[in-house]
Design a protein around this ligand. Structure first.
Ligand SMILES: *Cc1c(COP(=O)(O)O)cnc(C)c1O
Length: 408
């Protein structure tokens, strides 16, 4: 007999984007201005963002994925050149490597930080007989030791880029992310710490990288081609590179400038919520909470817990039981080689999974909890209490109430 599960009294969504009133007003102002694509708002946003992360140059683009492709294109990879990436990252990173002419080489992770360590990086580089470049991931907002990883890969920092999609607000040691490697790539996707809806930014201290990126983001046209419709400007432009169509619009940039003003407050709230989760989950057997690094500053983009067998329920079971209590979780990330495309493509090597034992062991144990500045204290507490309840129930070996086969 099946019993109807009563609807949960609370609904804690996984993510909710906040677009502040100033951003909405700014978007309206630009929409009414007569110029809506790349223009003065983008230039101002680039300057303000560069200052925020302490980089000399910032180039606004359509996404972090585009920023990664553009950054790698400035390396002029030869076809098939090997590029290291975490095996547990977003699929767009591998696609960007391939589109830039490289071949992704998947790196195993450290089971605590959930991103490549110096050891796993060195092992991957050795395995394929050396690499041409590397994309360093700062997983969940946790700073990765960029210089140490570059050394482990046998690469100078000028052949390393950073995926800082989780990253505005993080610091590696005492250095804000943005100018450490050849290019740092940020995402303004709707779920990220600085949400615009869509958008990305490439930052660098290298003037040549910045100049190439400015051209590559707009069809490879000569610099400032976007000005060609301004009064007094020439209609002429030159196409010097095989570029992308990946520019940012002034509407996005105006939203971004206003959102940037809210950013410090949002980051503060993320740190508060992380502390609240640490406290609320401490002592639940079978739950390992993420840790802030000893050095540097965590940006707290995601709150990823790990489960041990002591919990008594598996990852998928926990996610289903939480959904029954109105708590909606996610998983970051499905490993690249688990996706049909990258499994079929066998990045560089056959049987790549055999080189990724920690990814294989850890992936089935991770859960990303609801985590965003608008999450209330009450909702965060409800998440912790729900997990505690499920853990307590499983420890007395009661069948777990999971829709639709709950027992009465
Ligand atoms: C979101 C994300 C990206 C892609 O960002 P877009 O702006 O959507 O292209 C890349 N890497 C990681 C780790 C991400 O989480």
């Amino acid at each position: 007999m099946t019993t109807i599960v009563p609807p949960p009294t609370r609904n804690v969504v996984f993510t909710r984007v906040e677009i502040c009133p100033e951003a909405r007003a700014a978007a309206e102002r630009v929409l009414a201005s007569g110029w809506v694509t790349t223009g003065p708002e983008v230039l101002a946003f680039e300057e303000e963002f560069a200052a925020e992360v302490g980089a000399r140059h910032a180039v606004a683009v359509s996404s972090c994925t585009a920023a990664i492709e553009i950054a790698l294109r400035t390396f002029d990879l030869a076809p098939g050149d090997r590029v290291l990436t975490s095996a547990m990252t977003f699929c767009g990173v591998a696609h960007a490597i391939r589109r830039a002419g490289g071949e992704p080489v998947l790196v195993d992770i450290d089971p605590v930080t959930l991103m490549p360590s110096a050891e796993t990086t060195a092992a991957a580089a050795r395995r394929v007989g050396g690499v041409s470049a590397m994309v360093v991931l700062h997983f969940a907002g946790n700073p990765a030791p960029v210089a140490e990883l570059a050394e482990a890969a046998g690469l100078p920092l000028s052949r390393v880029i950073e995926d800082a999609a989780h990253g505005p607000g993080l610091a590696v040691g005492d250095r804000p992310v943005g100018s450490i490697s050849a290019a740092t790539c940020f995402s303004f996707y709707a779920t990220k710490n600085l949400p615009l809806g869509e958008g990305g930014m490439l930052t660098t201290d290298d003037g040549a990288v910045a100049e190439a990126a400015r051209s590559l983001r707009l069809h490879g046209m000569s610099r400032d081609a976007w000005r060609r419709y301004e009064p007094g400007s020439s209609w002429r432009y030159a196409v010097d590179h095989h570029g992308l169509k990946a520019n940012m619009t002034d509407v996005q940039a105006a939203i971004g400038r206003a959102q940037l003003c809210r950013f410090p407050g949002w980051q503060e709230r993320r740190h508060e919520l992380a502390e609240r989760y640490h406290r609320g989950l401490a002592g639940i057997p079978g739950i390992i909470t993420p840790r802030a690094p000893d050095h540097g500053r965590h940006a707290w983009h995601l709150y990823v817990i790990r489960l041990t067998p002591e919990l008594g329920v598996g990852r998928d079971e926990l996610i289903a039981a939480l959904a029954d209590q109105g708590v909606h979780c996610s998983v970051h990330f499905i490993p690249l080689h688990h996706h049909g495309f990258w499994a079929a493509e066998r990045p560089v090597e056959a049987d790549v999974a055999t080189h990724l034992p920690l990814v294989e062991a850890v992936f089935p144990t991770i859960v990303s909890l609801p985590f965003y500045p608008a999450l209330s204290d009450d909702d965060a507490d409800h998440v912790c209490e729900s997990i505690a309840r499920i853990a307590a129930r499983s420890s007395v070996a009661e069948p777990l109430a999971v829709t639709p086969s709950r027992r009465s």
